[in-house]
Design a protein around this ligand. Structure first.
Ligand code: NAD
Length: 299
């Protein structure tokens, strides 16, 4: 092991990403081809007991300082949160189980079911996985909005029924346009930008008695038409990452009914990690994949 190089991307602070050589950790028993669920509860607390371990205040999250992530060649993780990949699921698909899980959790909390009409605000990676999952869970029609026409084109490619370019459109007008496209107001809206005007549009757009799920995380305080939501009994639900989603995500990928491959628009070897982050920062493409394994540089 001593001669192996464990190149790692480490966050030292805001705008301070560094490539470092770290020691190669020793794996525990039962290693395999796996996808890693990054959030691991540190204790069996009340949230863990009810299966909502993502809400545990002491959870270990591989990626969030002070815990380092796993952008490195070698990494050890709690075996209970490593999920074996079937032979027909690639490492790239395995890596995409994480964002896909956000979509699964969001659609689950939204109550998407057969025939649902859904409005998704934001066609970034998270809006797009929510689109894929909503369609898979039986949504009959999905409208997705964004400012970027290239992201909306990607949404079309992934199965969006309608796309809506919303620059300079007021939240109330967005709601009207969504209703016009669907022929009725959607019973579910999934907000995937965190932008104040989008949360407002999400409230206005959702049918009375329906559900708005807040996925996007923007400023801590936002102005929203809360009375409009209250008097129309629009439920507003948040999500925090995901829980219990890896097995179903992997099963869907293995079934080949769910295709996440088009989400990956750029690939970089680990050595070019800083360039990869710059690419994401510039808003280029959708998912930028870092290839950590020197022997696995192709999709
Ligand atoms: P992203 O920045 O790549 O995508 C956001 C999209 O929103 C972009 O395509 C952008 O063009 C679009 N957008 C911005 N302003 C808009 C507007 N006014 N109207 C319409 N579209 C607009 O981000 P992402 O990776 O897709 O993540 C989306 C959000 O979800 C982020 O806020 C992220 O922090 C959050 N998130 C939350 C959780 C959670 O657990 N709640 C998990 C993962 C990500």
């Amino acid at each position: 092991m001593a001669q192996l190089d464990n190149l790692a991307v480490v966050v030292h602070g805001i705008n301070d990403l560094r490539l470092e050589k770290r020691p190669v950790p020793e794996p525990g028993p039962n290693g395999d081809r796996v996808a890693v669920e990054p959030g691991v509860p540190r204790e069996i607390d009340e949230f863990c007991k009810i299966g909502r371990y993502n809400l545990s205040p002491t959870i270990f999250f591989c990626a969030t300082p002070p815990d380092d992530g796993n952008l490195c060649r070698y990494y050890t993780h709690n075996a209970n949160f490593c999920y074996k990949l079937p032979d027909n699921v690639s490492f790239e698909e395995g890596a995409l189980v994480e964002p896909l899980s956000v979509g699964i959790h969001a659609c689950g909390r939204a109550g998407v079911t057969l025939g649902s009409k859904v409005f998704i605000c934001g066609a970034g990676p998270i809006g797009l996985v929510s689109l894929l999952v909503a369609k898979m869970m039986g949504a009959s029609q999905v409208v997705i909005s964004d400012l970027s026409t290239s992201r909306l084109e990607k949404a079309k490619e992934l199965g969006a029924d309608f796309t809506l370019q919303t620059s300079k459109v007021r939240p109330e007008e967005i709601a009207q346009k969504v209703e016009g496209l669907l022929g009725c107001m959607p019973e579910i809206s999934i907000e995937c930008t965190g932008v104040e005007s989008c949360i407002q549009a999400g409230i206005y757009a959702t049918r009375s008695g329906g559900t708005l799920v807040l996925v996007g995380l923007g400023p801590a305080l936002v102005n929203v038409p809360i009375v409009n939501a209250a008097v129309r009994e629009v439920d507003i639900r948040g999500i925090f990452r995901y829980c219990n989603t890896w097995p179903m995500a992997i099963a869907m990928l293995a079934s080949k009914r769910l295709n996440v491959a088009p989400l990956v628009t750029h690939r970089f070897p680990l050595e070019q990690a800083l360039e990869a982050f710059e690419t994401t920062k510039k808003g280029l493409g959708v998912k930028v994949m870092l290839k950590c394994d020197e022997n696995d540089q192709n999709p």
